[in-house]
Design a protein around this ligand. Structure first.
Ligand SMILES: *[C@@H]1O[C@H](CO)[C@@H](O)[C@H](O)[C@H]1NC(C)=O
Length: 566
């Protein structure tokens, strides 16, 4: 009896070992908002992207921390495209393992990234189900015109474990509308002469470039360096209008030519139509406050096509990986809940920002407009005390920008996205600041979050009642969408002066910012319960020092510049 049992067990082991599958990533339930529509037809064709494991991501991370930390021997010695590739490309063993798997299964992988770390495969659903022990189904969402094909679980054959980081799209369920839709501010009451400074803004509550210049000591003098570009990214068919930028400059930057233009870049079939009806509030806001603050810094607008936000974020990084002379600053006002990406995809995208930062690009993201509860709070989440971090804002290799409101003192605005990543651990540059903040959180606090996670945002800037021009009309908008481009403008102007002085640009900012906290005005009041959720709902409070609403505080250009030049 015992002998027979052993034999049965042995034969079972042998059958399995030919195709041992190792669970790679799974979800226990269909994410909220999505509904199951049934199995994906077996003969339908799927195109999957496979991330081949980079040969030395840990080495790149170590290098990035060294070159971005003041005082190190290689401080600000940013890497070339080829240097980054040497870390990010898969090893020969990884390529061989994947190619053996592909040829054994009749697949023809195509390399789709400059660093060789992404390949694409096209195969029928039935084959994808068996090769990755998946169950591809179709899922609908009220905001989607077409259902998507996803699986709640994906596995890897054991011979690919350690060689493949992501199979996409599989368990990623990012909601449509990742745009941090600028929220309409208070009505623009019979707009007269634009506010010349924040003194009049105190009266009117309207934020203009002049007000931001006065508040943060930002110079209005034109930049001189033509090699220093500031890039704004755009997704979800947000188009920036040159005519709106011209009107904005005529209204609010009368001291510079209203013909100041931005350069259009596109990837994945992105476009930027100039029909006034197509004007996008997000795109116009981002372009107007980068051009409006970073006087005469060459401005770029990257329109990314496609309808999957995770793919678009990834393709933004792979696009820049292939640009020999990239911009020095990039600002993005989009995000979604971190959990919707899945940890493997979030990690891979975040490593893309690690690569950009190591090339000397300051990557900035708006921190989200739902306070502690996702990118936009809705009444349905107000009682949810399991906080929902926002990605990419939660990635430790970029600078996350929150929002303030009011003057003397500025306060954290209720919607400022902030909290702690559930995927990324607290990075070394903020350990002390995060520990001090956590010590202020009461022991009976009802919110649940990852105390060992990366805390965000890193900094904050005004984010309410920004005057912009959209489709020929002036109006007021708010959101962390307004804060990120403004901060990006400040960084671009500092880079201009660094280049003029023959010094390297700021690149990955955080280790520098956290060791230069004297260059920020600490924001010590505010509660980030959200725009919609009542102020009584559980959230973080701003405190003295770093906090998960405004980070280090709001920037003082002159002090940041002095520290940068030191
Ligand atoms: C959040 O702040 C904005 C701007 O001050 C305000 O209009 C909104 O009513 C506030 N939301 C709540 C729930 O108090």
């Amino acid at each position: 009896m015992a002998f027979r049992t052993l034999l049965a067990a042995l034969s079972a082991l042998m059958t399995v070992s030919a195709s041992t599958m190792v669970l790679h990533e799974s979800r226990s339930a269909v994410p909220s908002g999505f509904t199951r529509q049934g199995a994906a037809p077996a003969s339908d064709t799927l195109t999957l992207r496979v991330a081949l494991t980079s040969n030395n991501v840990a080495g790149l991370q170590e290098k990035l921390m060294s070159i971005s930390t003041p005082g190190s021997s290689d401080f600000r010695q940013w890497l070339s495209m080829e240097d980054v590739k040497s870390f990010m490309q898969p090893s020969a063993a990884t390529v061989a393992a994947f190619n053996a798997f592909a040829s054994a299964n009749g697949l023809s992988p195509q390399v789709i990234s400059p660093n060789g770390d992404w390949v694409s495969i096209t195969l029928p659903v039935s084959k994808a189900n068996s090769l990755f022990a998946a169950n591809f189904e179709t899922f609908a969402h009220p905001e989607l015109t077409e259902p998507i094909v996803r699986t709640l679980s994906v596995s890897l054959p054991s011979e690919l474990v350690g060689h493949v980081d992501v199979v996409h799209p599989t368990t990623e369920f990012v909601e449509p509308k990742a745009r941090l839709t600028p929220m309409p501010g208070t009505t623009l009451l019979g707009r007269g002469t634009p506010s010349a400074s924040c003194n009049s803004a105190v009266a009117t509550g309207i934020i203009t470039p002049a007000c931001l210049q006065a508040l943060y000591n930002i110079p209005a003098t034109p930049a001189t360096q033509k090699t220093n570009a500031l890039l704004v990214t755009a997704y979800e068919e947000q188009f920036a209008q040159q005519a709106d930028l011209t009107d904005f400059l005529k209204l609010l930057r009368t001291d510079i030519p209203s013909t100041t233009a931005f350069t259009l870049l596109t990837t994945d079939g992105g476009v930027n139509t100039q029909n006034p009806n197509d004007a996008g509030d997000e795109a116009d806001l981002d372009v107007q406050y980068t051009v409006g603050i970073a006087t005469d810094v060459p401005a770029q607008f990257l329109s990314v096509g496609g309808n999957n936000f995770a793919t678009s974020l990834l393709d933004t990084t792979t696009f820049l990986d292939g640009v020999a002379k990239p911009p020095t600053v990039m600002s993005t006002s989009y995000g979604s809940t971190e959990s919707s990406f899945g940890s493997s995809m979030a990690t891979k995208i975040c490593n893309g920002y690690m690569a950009l930062g190591s090339r000397g690009i300051s990557v900035l993201f708006a921190s989200g407009d739902g306070g502690v509860r996702g990118n936009h709070d809705t009444t349905s989440v107000c009682n949810n005390n399991a906080f929902m971090p926002v990605f990419p804002a939660s990635c430790p290799f970029l600078t996350s920008v929150g929002s303030t409101q009011g003057f003397a003192p500025e306060k954290a605005i209720n919607f400022t996205g902030g909290g702690f990543s559930a995927v990324f651990p607290t990075p070394s540059y903020q350990t002390a600041e995060v520990a001090s903040f956590l010590a202020t959180v009461p022991s009976n606090f009802k919110g649940t979050f990852n105390k060992a996670g990366r805390g965000y945002p890193d900094v904050a800037v005004q984010g309410w009642n920004f005057e912009i021009v959209v489709g020929g009309e002036a109006g007021l908008v708010g959101g962390t969408s307004a804060s990120s481009p403004t901060m990006a403008g400040i960084i671009a102007l500092i880079n201009d002066q660094l280049i003029a002085a023959g010094k390297p640009v700021l690149g990955f900012l955080n280790p520098f910012l956290y060791s230069t906290s004297g260059a920020f005005t600490d924001v010590t009041a505010g509660h980030n319960s959200g725009f919609v959720c009542p102020a009584t709902s559980v959230a973080f409070d701003a405190v003295a020092g770093w906090d998960a609403l405004t980070g280090l505080g709001t920037p003082l250009f002159d002090k940041l510049l002095a520290a940068a030049l030191a």
